[in-house]
Write a protein that binds this ligand. Structure first.
Ligand code: SAM
Length: 376
């Protein structure tokens, strides 16, 4: 059994971290509450062009687009929809700090418009726009979604040569505003506390993710089914991979507030823009779930790590070479020696769409044997 003594004395001297969470109802094509270069990470999923469930959202107020769809001009409609999204990517370019990341979850669309069945490659079109805005495209993630209908055929069935591939993946596009983020001496401690475990790195930085689609916390209803929420785990990973504790995370297409919840759980500030005011109760519910999610996530991360250490040390028949100063357990690399997970001490709603949270160092999980794999 490793000693806890050092861990306790170290965490006691750390000050609580305060974060703020802002929900704005309105279009993210103009994010006036945000000054230029004030955001450290964007994680988001826009309405998907050429996926029918989003047609009405794109048609609203855009006559040319409505006419193109009605006339069966698929390529024109696709282009006009992306021109709408482009306005939001331009706003992201304005508000992100140099070196900050923009991560976009998007799926391609297949659709018959008029008589033509074809692929509308949303990920390629968004990549072109973001590169034109000056973002650097970085290696992306394929999110392999398990569908409920693996045997769904499209096209000519078993007869060649007119059957179509079933799309069972989406993308998480990863862009950076220019070159590497510069860290000053004042960021050094915060950066080391925000480290992730070696074994998490190996899983998170793989180019294929295969966790299930969104866990639907809420019962079906109109607003919810229109939201197309992504899983908490998606926002959680991206936030840990590309931001530091105390940073500011923006989601310009907030939906049900998954990104806000993941920001609260991970002690980042957040801003979310959402067009539909009727999603407010769902966003509030996501925020309220953060307490429980945070406790579960922190416990699971610590227990999973201790289990990993036990297994690898048993296999190698010798202890790992480094020790984490906050928890007293061993870690694989020196970069993990000051890793410090934070738990949620307080979460308050100050006004409509305004939340405040207080985070403090999380103690070591005491019951390693009751580790349950994280549910996503
Ligand atoms: C794919 S959903 C996002 C789901 C979200 N990731 C979640 O986990 O709930 C896209 C959201 O963007 C919103 N939206 C569409 N256009 C918008 C705009 N111009 N500004 C802000 N929100 C917009 C839609 O109402 C919808 O809720």
């Amino acid at each position: 059994m490793q000693s806890h003594t050092h861990a306790q004395s170290h965490t006691e001297i750390q000050k609580p971290l305060h974060t703020q969470h802002l929900i704005e109802f309105g279009s993210s094509m103009s994010m006036s509450v945000l000054d230029a270069e004030t955001v450290d990470l964007v994680v988001t999923s826009p309405p998907y062009p050429m996926i029918e469930m989003w047609d009405n959202a794109f048609r609203a107020g855009n006559e040319q687009l409505a006419e193109a769809l009605d006339a069966g001009e698929g390529q024109t409609a696709f282009e006009l929809m992306h021109q709408e999204l482009d306005k939001v990517w331009a706003e992201c370019a304005r508000v992100l700090r140099p070196g900050a990341f923009l991560c976009i979850n998007i799926g391609d669309a297949t659709r018959t418009v008029g008589k033509n069945f074809r692929l509308y490659s949303n990920h390629a079109r968004i990549t072109s726009s973001c590169v034109a805005l000056g973002f650097q495209a970085l290696p992306l993630i394929l999110w392999r979604k398990q569908t409920n209908a693996p045997n769904k055929f499209m096209g000519s069935g078993m007869l060649p040569a007119g059957a179509y591939i079933t799309l069972e993946h989406e993308y998480i596009l990863v862009f950076r505003k220019g070159g590497k983020r510069a860290f000053g001496p004042e960021d050094a401690v915060r950066r080391r506390h925000s480290a992730f475990f070696w074994e998490e790195r190996n899983q998170w930085f793989s180019d294929i993710w295969d966790f299930k689609g969104a866990r639907q916390l809420l019962t079906a209803n109109d607003a919810r089914s229109r939201s197309a929420a992504y899983p908490f785990e998606l926002a959680n990973r991206i936030i840990n991979m590309y931001s530091l504790q105390g940073d500011t995370v923006l989601d310009p297409f907030l939906g049900t507030g998954t990104t806000t919840a993941a920001a609260i759980v991970n002690a980042r500030n957040s801003v979310g823009y959402e067009l539909l005011k009727d999603l407010e109760p769902f966003i509030h519910e996501s925020v309220q779930a953060a307490h429980k999610q945070c406790r579960q996530l922190v416990r699971n991360r610590l227990r999973a790590h201790e289990q990993f250490v036990a297994e690898i040390e048993q296999r190698r028949e010798k202890p790992l070479g480094h020790t984490n100063t906050n928890y007293g357990f061993r870690v694989m690399t020196t970069q993990e020696t000051e890793l410090q997970l934070l738990e949620l001490e307080e979460l308050q709603q100050e006004a409509a769409g305004r939340y405040r949270a207080v985070h403090k160092p999380a103690p070591r999980a005491d019951d390693v044997n009751s580790f349950e794999p994280e549910s996503v």
